[in-house]
Design a binder for this molecule. Sequence first.
Ligand code: G16
Length: 542
Amino acid sequence: MTRTVPSTPCSGQKPGTSGLRKKVKVFQQPNYAENFIQSVFDVVERAPGSALVVGGDGRYHNRTVIQQAIRIAAANGYGKVLVGRGGILSTPAASNVIRKYGASGGLILSASHNPGGPDEDFGIKYNIANGGPAPEAVTEAIYARTQTIDRWLTVDAPDVDLDRLGSTQVEAMTVDVIDSVSDYAELMESLFDFNAIRANVEGGFTMAFDAMSAVTGPYAIEILENRLGFPKGTVRNGIPLEDFGGHHPDPNMVHAHELFDTMFGPDAPDFGAASDGDGDRNLIVGRHRFVTPSDSLAMLAANAHLAPGYAGGLNGIARSMPTSAAADRVAEALGLPCFETPTGWKFFGNLLDAGMATICGEESAGTGSDHVREKDGLWAVLLWLNILAVRRIGVDQLAREHWARFGRNYYARHDYEALPTDRADALMAELNQSLSSLSGKPFGNLTISTADNFSYLDPVDGSTSSNQGVRILFEGGSRVVFRLSGTGTEGATLRVYLERYEPVGGDLDRETPEMLADLIRAADAIAGIARHTGRTAPDVVT
Ligand code: G16
């Protein structure tokens, strides 16, 4: 029987770049998760009796919210809930399940690369029927509903056994606990040449994959070790843990430093990779060669035709605005359209649905294609493996050949984390005010050509998203971008994105910090980072 529980709005339920992310303690407050889930069900498009996908990255509090969501879904007229075994579904796997089973949407429970545990982070994101993150119009409607909500609906039913495959009835609704891995592995086999990769492994090609004690472990073990023949132990930290072993499941030089030590050590394997909490980000590092996410996008786009799923070529390439322009040069050479969107995977959904872009990527370690509507960590790893197997070269050689053909976009992102919000806001406000007077101004050897605040006009639905980051463009093609992160849970995070283009025939094999030194100085002079924040160095450089 449906029970109506009176409630009042909880403050701060505005979804950020990727859903609602808060501390676990916030989600544990009475009505907090329930209000948000009910608000989703109150506003999203769904026919009576439709299916909902529910799963998460296995972090602390995952199972509790899954049981809440199942009862609220049953009370709200869903016909079926599909949930991954153990409550586990990586973000790309959830996107696949939504599409494959024709669900009206899904709840993905994750705070991505943020740490997990009772005092750490949790999150809920709603994905729509195309498998992708809800677009802004939907997240705005959900937020508006959270501000007026006065009740949520539930049923009195026992917890569903999430560890046993099969069906359970919850009132009139069926809950199917499904194998989290098999549908996804099947999809990967349909896109990539597993025989070629297997032959490369048999020929001695080696790799190390760090699943960071997060959701990708079971997927990586099944695909890399069981299906592709990499030896046992190739996948490290392969068991998902509620607290990710106390680490940040963030695949970068700071948090995946053990993998970096391996890949830059004396007996480095040919290929190294890692993924994040919910499996949508990726890190690519060859033997003694780190590949920036922006370069990875460009290199994958230039070689994607070598994989069966992309043999017919690409329709177009899309990247987020702060991502380097390396992919643009590939698009130009291949005669493909290239799209520049705001940060957030949700902005790629329309382009993918309309068949305007095939491959998308972001500087924040995300790459993906039209096979799902999320970025996909293992997909990127498998495309790399496929390309290397066909070309029979290593990552370093591929990178060098790429730069020799297209030139090199030296790139880094500097993050200043947990800043007092008022100081970060003051920095951005002052920067925005100065924009109109910056053109022509010199900073060291650099001269500003244009400065603006990025605004995106979606070519498919005509919607506009403004205030998406400050762009400072210098004569010669270098660039600095400033924006505040939309995914943090503590204070504000200032992201400073630095990019310098070195053309074909130029200095293509130098150290990135050296090549960006002028830009780093200019960024501080332009935005007054030290003056506003009191910080003289970033917390994380990626
Ligand atoms: C999310 C979004 C990405 C975005 C990233 C960083 O990734 O899905 O599109 O690039 O956050 O966003 P921000 O710079 O606002 O922190 P994830 O992996 O955290 O879900």
